[in-house]
Design a protein around this ligand. Structure first.
Ligand SMILES: [Zn+2]
Ligand SMILES: [Zn+2]
Length: 305
């Protein structure tokens, strides 16, 4: 029997009206500080989006308190066991939106009014078998490079706000299809699927609870998700698929299959790239020869990079 992990990572969001986001931030920071949580939380007039880590008791207490509050009473938490904190510190900020498509305010999506049909993991799995379905990844390119659903359409965007333009440009590929969107925990799909409806697409569904929930579902067990799920904390990637797992990413230096996502050690570059353990040991953690050369030059001259 394995002992329970002493820490938990929580991932959660809720679209609901917050009258005074700045005040909410102040009060929420006091709560999280008191509990000893770390992580990143965004607050806006449209709702709350967070991911935090903490000891078992701290995170349980946090969920309990959130469920006592109007607005977050029915907020869903995705819970991952962990050995330690996965964040270095706590950051809570007020923003204009918790997720932004960069739309003018009169075109912005309120998911409580306009959003795609919710699909459970099992329903999503079944919908993916429909020959008329198109599976659309609602995340950034560097996330889908680590892992994605089999045969998913993965837009080459580096930021969520690039989606409206991408969708308008690729309208012909999506027209007449049954569109199935997915993202990490579901928050981005709420707006993305709403945007697709607003653009005139009629058959739009979203994976409720995202990849994280899909991986934990006892019926589908992450089936047909290839690679790992990218997460925005120190873990970088987490496993999803217990049914038929594969690795889709390869070392940028030698081409071997690897899921080690690292940042280039040459600071001015800092690019995220796949680097296997043996290449990092023998060649150093540089995404390309040029970065390795630049770094050694900087070191030998003692100059500022
Ligand atoms: Zn390698
Ligand atoms: Zn580099």
């Amino acid at each position: 029997m394995s002992t329970a992990a002493p820490f938990q990572v929580l991932l959660y969001y809720k679209y609901f009206s917050i009258d005074d986001p700045q005040r909410y931030v102040t009060e929420h920071r006091a709560l999280c500080d008191e509990l000893g949580l770390r992580g990143r939380i965004l607050v806006a007039s449209e709702g709350l989006n967070g991911t935090v880590s903490g000891e078992l008791q701290q995170t349980e207490r946090y969920m309990q308190i959130m469920h006592e509050h109007e607005g977050t009473r029915d907020m869903e938490f995705k819970i991952d066991p962990a050995d330690d904190h996965v964040f270095k510190k706590l950051s809570i900020k007020a923003r204009d939106e918790i997720v932004t498509l960069g739309l003018p305010s009169d075109e912005d999506i309120n998911p409580n009014q306009t959003t795609g049909h919710y699909l459970s993991p099992k329903a999503f799995y079944e919908a993916m078998q429909d020959p008329n379905a198109i599976v659309l990844d609602g995340r950034n390119d560097y996330e889908s490079e680590l892992g994605r659903f089999r045969d998913a359409l993965c837009p080459d965007v580096g930021n969520f706000r690039d989606f409206p333009e991408w969708i308008r440009k690729h309208r012909a590929d999506l027209e007449g299809k049954r569109i199935l969107t997915y993202c990490t925990g579901g928050i981005r799909c709420e707006k993305l699927s709403g945007f697709l409806l607003q653009e005139g697409f009629t058959n739009v569904s979203q994976l409720h609870g995202g990849i994280v929930t899909y991986g934990r579902d006892p019926k589908v067990k992450g089936r047909n998700f290839e690679g790992q799920c990218y997460v925005f904390d120190q873990r970088i990637g987490v496993p999803v698929n217990e049914a038929n797992p594969t690795i889709i990413s390869t070392c940028a230096l030698c081409g071997e299959a690897t899921e080690r996502y690292r940042n280039c050690a040459y600071k001015p570059c800092n690019a995220q790239f796949f680097c296997c353990e043996s290449c990092e040991e023998t060649k150093g953690r540089f995404c390309q020869d040029a970065c390795c050369c630049a770094a050694s030059e900087t070191a030998s001259t003692g100059g500022e990079a």
